[in-house]
Write a protein that binds this ligand. Structure first.
Ligand SMILES: [Zn+2]
Ligand SMILES: [Zn+2]
Length: 269
């Protein structure tokens, strides 16, 4: 067990900070360069907003994401300290709650609870004062890139990521579940949502199951139109509270139209 919190922070901080930066900026940079440079021709037809990204906005988002990766280092060290000191419900014995079934159940549960927390927290961020003083920073890019994923006002980061200590205090989670949710869910999903390009197939928004799972177009429309599509992983809450943009499906299919045209043209040859 760590002797005290401050000693723990000082010892862990440098490595944790480097890790926080690498796990975000390496994939975000690779994804950005792949979509805008290396495979530019392939992705051009999948661009959600047809104009190019504004470099001043990309720079703005890189700076603010860096600030927030720094702030998040304190949160993740706090979590590591709580886990090491046995102050959380994180458990290591895989058989403790019935083995693999509880792992799967807790993974689904954590995504559903996080999605719910995010929806209502995000609606709150769009109230007049919070929008003006806090959340507008995230909306600086009306056409987001993967770097927008962590470009928040520090207050927003603190409230949004307060969810991490909260969830490990109320639900027993295995480190595997916590890691899948952290990297696959929070980190990679944030890059996917802010991709700026649509990568899902055409049937995604009409299939009775997949239509409830959000796409890059869904969140891109949130950045462009502000008061719709607040959801994170899913759009249940948007549909229930009528904040699901009425043109979402139409916009999604329009974005993918150039690909259909290209396929038809090559078949005609
Ligand atoms: Zn918003
Ligand atoms: Zn966003």
């Amino acid at each position: 067990m760590p002797e005290n919190f401050f000693k723990f922070i000082i010892l862990e901080f440098p490595l944790e900070l480097v890790t926080r930066f690498l796990v975000f900026f390496v994939p975000a940079t690779l994804i950005y360069l792949t979509t805008t440079k290396w495979l530019k021709n392939y992705f051009a037809a999948r661009k959600i907003q047809k104009k190019g990204f504004l470099q001043s906005k990309v720079k703005h988002d890189i700076i603010w994401s860096a600030v927030n990766r720094f702030i998040l280092t304190f949160v993740t060290i706090g979590i590591a300290w709580a886990v090491a000191g046995n102050y959380s419900l994180i458990y290591t014995d895989i058989n403790k709650f019935g083995g693999i079934w509880y792992l799967v159940f807790s993974l689904v549960l954590v995504f559903l609870i996080h999605d719910t927390y995010f929806y209502f927290f995000h609606r709150m961020m769009h109230t007049r004062l919070l929008m003006k003083h806090v959340h507008r920073l995230h909306h600086n890019s009306t056409d987001p890139t993967p770097f927008t994923g962590y470009a928040f006002h520090p207050w927003e980061t603190v409230i949004e990521f307060a969810f991490l200590p909260l969830i490990i205090s109320i639900i027993p989670l295995h480190p595997i579940v916590f890691a899948i949710w952290q990297f696959g869910g929070i980190l990679l999903f944030s890059m996917y949502a802010h991709l700026g390009f649509e990568i899902m197939p055409k049937w995604w928004v009409t299939n009775p199951v997949t239509k409830y799972f959000n796409t890059p177009t869904n969140h891109n429309m949130h950045h462009a139109k502000f008061n719709y599509n607040y959801g994170l992983y899913f759009n249940f809450w948007d549909r229930i509270f009528k904040t699901h943009h009425v043109d979402y499906e139409k916009t999604f299919l329009e974005v993918l139209k150039p690909i259909e045209v290209a396929v038809q043209t090559s078949e005609e040859r």
